[in-house]
Each structure stands twice: as C-alpha cells, then as structure tokens.
Design a protein around this ligand. Structure first.
Ligand SMILES: [Ca+2]
Length: 196
C-alpha cells in the first residue's frame, strides 16, 4: 500500500488495453482520499482513476495523474500565482489560435484545432500545481494541457488539480484542441503555482 500525500493507493488493475491511445491507459490506479489509519472506501468517481499512459501516440507523456476529491493544493506549500487573468475576466493576456476565443468569463473552444496559451515564468524540470475548471465535450485526445515541453495531460470535465512538470523547457502553458472537435467547451479559473 502506497501513501500519496493524504491518499492511498486503493486499487490497481491492468486493464487489458491493446493500444497506446491516450484514453486507453495500460494501467489504472484508484486513489482513496483517507488517511493511513482509516479504512479505504473507493469512490465511484471516474476522476479518482489515475491512468498511466503508454509510450505510443504521446511518447513524452510520463505519469498522467488527475487527483480529485481532497487532494488539493491546500496541503502543499505553493508559490505565487503565475497565470495572469486565469478567470478570463477580459480578452487579454491569453493568446489564441484556431477556434479558441475568450468571452463570457471563460476561455472557449468551438472545436477548430488550435491553442489557448500564455507565457508563464517557470523553471526547467520543476513541478507546478495546476488547477482549472473544465466543461465541454471530448473526442480523441480531448482537451490537453502542456507546460514548457514537459507533461501533457488529457483533461475531462470538472474542477481539476494536478502536478505538472516543465520538463527541459520553461515557458508557456498551453490548452490544446489538437484535432477538430476533440474539445468543444470552456475552461475557467486557471491557476499555476510552483510547488515549493
Ligand atoms: Ca471566469
């Protein structure tokens, strides 16, 4: 049994996947939000599954973990906010390509392939705590996020928090609809802080 901050590894299975598609993880983990001394009660929430991606279509993907329910940044020591206008209060600060727009207080993708991004002051090979609210429909790789040239995450609906690493580059944070209609929806309340 492995403790991860306030969570436990509660369940593990190899899912018999036959491809390295990003939505088809080769190994899956379930993290239960309880202390070590408590019994483990797995929750029937897809967000609790941690999917370890293979080295197929996304060879630079390492461990893509979405932690939900209780695994928040509150138990971490975090640096200053690095994202400007993470609430999309105005159509400023974010750069857009393809079908991305900023309006109605959110960043919005109409499904045309492209990126929503901004430069952030980060350090190479460093972990950051990313949170974002996501709402929309997903196909293929769905909405993906990158920081520098490091981790790439597939994002699904809901309020998301995760560790993201810059890899060998410092620089921008990207929200991507890589191919047509992979993400149609909106994001809001983007936050990125260094894990100190
Ligand atoms: Ca907003």
């Amino acid at each position: 049994m492995t403790q991860v901050n306030d969570c436990k590894l509660a369940f593990y299975q190899a899912n018999g996947a036959t491809s390295n598609a990003i939505q088809d993880a080769e190994r899956e983990y379930l993290i239960a939000v309880l202390s070590v001394s408590q019994a483990i009660v797995p929750m029937s929430n897809q967000d609790m599954w941690l999917k370890l991606l293979g080295d197929g279509a996304y060879p630079d993907v390492r461990d893509a973990f979405w932690l939900a329910r209780g695994c928040t940044g509150a138990d971490r020591t975090l640096g200053a906010e690095l994202v400007t206008n993470g609430g999309f209060d105005s159509d400023t600060d974010w750069l857009k390509s393809g079908g991305w727009t900023v309006g109605n207080g959110t960043g919005n993708s109409d499904g045309v392939a492209g990126d929503l991004f901004q430069g952030v002051s980060t350090t190479q090979n460093t972990d950051y705590w990313l949170t974002v609210d996501v709402s929309g429909t997903f196909q293929g790789a769905g909405l993906t996020v990158t920081l520098g040239d490091g981790d790439l995450f597939a994002v699904t609906d809901g309020a998301k928090s995760t560790i993201i690493n810059t890899g060998g580059s410092s620089g921008a944070i990207f929200f991507k609809c890589v191919n047509t209609n992979e993400f149609i929806g909106s994001i809001d309340n983007v936050s990125l802080k260094e894990i100190l």
